[in-house]
Design a protein around this ligand. Structure first.
Ligand code: BGC
Length: 318
């Protein structure tokens, strides 16, 4: 298998798998850099300083209020107007099997306190794993939540949608959200409103029947991963020829079925439709800075600490 990367947004551009003697592109992507800069879907990008939403784009640390860059109404999504996805990263090292990107996010970047030094490593192994390692250090206490926003279509990115993929997520709890994607409840059991993915399920099954999924036009929810399981999620193509396991050290997985992908430029002078790809984004729970009581490690990084997390996508090809 082959992957392609860019230092624009430390972005994963392409993932080609040898399937039945042919190359199958399983990652959604654009044709050129101009389109990457225009699209609003965060295709394949590294997301930071804080992935997902922070309600009202404000945080309070040790009694000081910080007003963050708001880029989705009054809330912040994926790090603000000029998040890490819109930065030109430095290529620290590059080989056939591994690329290391680094970025210095200055004190006050998008409103966040502290200078954050970030390192993202992409490694491709001989057994078809893409391993992403995220490291960061800060000069002041700041929330950090780094992830990758790759959209997969394991049938190939030109096939219609991912609705006939099979998905399994090892999580007993998820977070309901309001129309703007902000959590409006504590964690609830996946049994509530038919959100259970613990057994493999066709994504299309009762897709828009659950009132919880109607609010977001599909799955767009964070699942709190069961710690006892080494595999966070499994995705299988409709033709069953490609399987992908997701493993991570992060506490939660945002399942996003591409509900707003319409009008995103594709590689072929056209546009993707809604549900053309699925993003499985390992991260802290959304809006965690406002919910220190949730059962996960703190999303705040202290100056004496190092942020270190991994996300692994392992492909099994027939
Ligand atoms: C969010 C979606 C959002 C998308 C932007 C996802 O991580 O969960 O709500 O629309 O990113 O492309």
């Amino acid at each position: 298998m082959t992957i392609k990367l860019s230092n624009w947004g430390a972005t994963w551009l392409s993932c080609q798998l040898p399937v039945a003697g042919q190359n199958r592109e399983v990652l959604l992507g654009c044709k050129n850099l101009e389109q990457y800069a225009q699209q609003k879907a965060y295709l394949g990008a590294t997301i930071g300083r804080y992935a997902n939403r922070i309600a009202n784009a404000t945080i309070e640390i040790n009694g000081i209020n910080y007003s963050l860059s708001a880029n989705q109404g009054t809330n912040q999504l994926h790090g603000g107007k000029f998040g890490f996805d819109k930065q030109l990263w430095h290529i620290q090292s590059q080989s056939d099997k591994q690329v290391i990107f680094t970025l210095i996010s200055p004190d006050g970047d998008q409103g966040f306190p502290g200078e954050l030094k970030v390192e993202v490593t992409y490694k491709l192994t001989d057994d078809n794993q893409v391993i992403l390692s995220f490291n960061a250090i800060t000069t002041k206490t700041t929330p950090v939540n780094l992830t990758n926003h790759a959209y997969f279509n394991l049938d190939g990115e030109t096939s219609k949608d991912i609705l006939n993929h099979t998905l399994q997520v090892n999580a007993d709890f998820y977070l309901p959200v309001d129309h703007s994607g902000i959590p409006n409840s504590d964690l609830v059991s996946v049994n509530q409103y038919d959100m259970d993915l613990r057994r493999p399920k066709f994504i299309a099954e009762r897709f828009l029947e659950s009132p919880i999924r109607q609010i977001t036009g599909g799955y767009d929810h964070a699942y709190l991963l069961n710690k006892s399981q080494s595999i966070a999620a499994k995705l299988i193509s409709a033709d069953k020829k490609v399987k992908m396991n997701v493993k991570t050290t992060l506490p939660a997985l945002q399942i996003y079925t591409g509900n707003f992908l319409k009008h995103t430029p594709n590689r072929h002078n056209g546009q993707y439709n809604n549900f053309a790809g699925i993003a499985l984004e390992a991260q802290f729970l959304p809006d965690s800075p406002h919910h220190p009581d949730w059962p996960q490690p703190s999303c705040y990084l202290e100056p004496q600490q190092t942020y270190h997390h991994q996300i692994c996508y392992q492909f099994d090809i027939k």
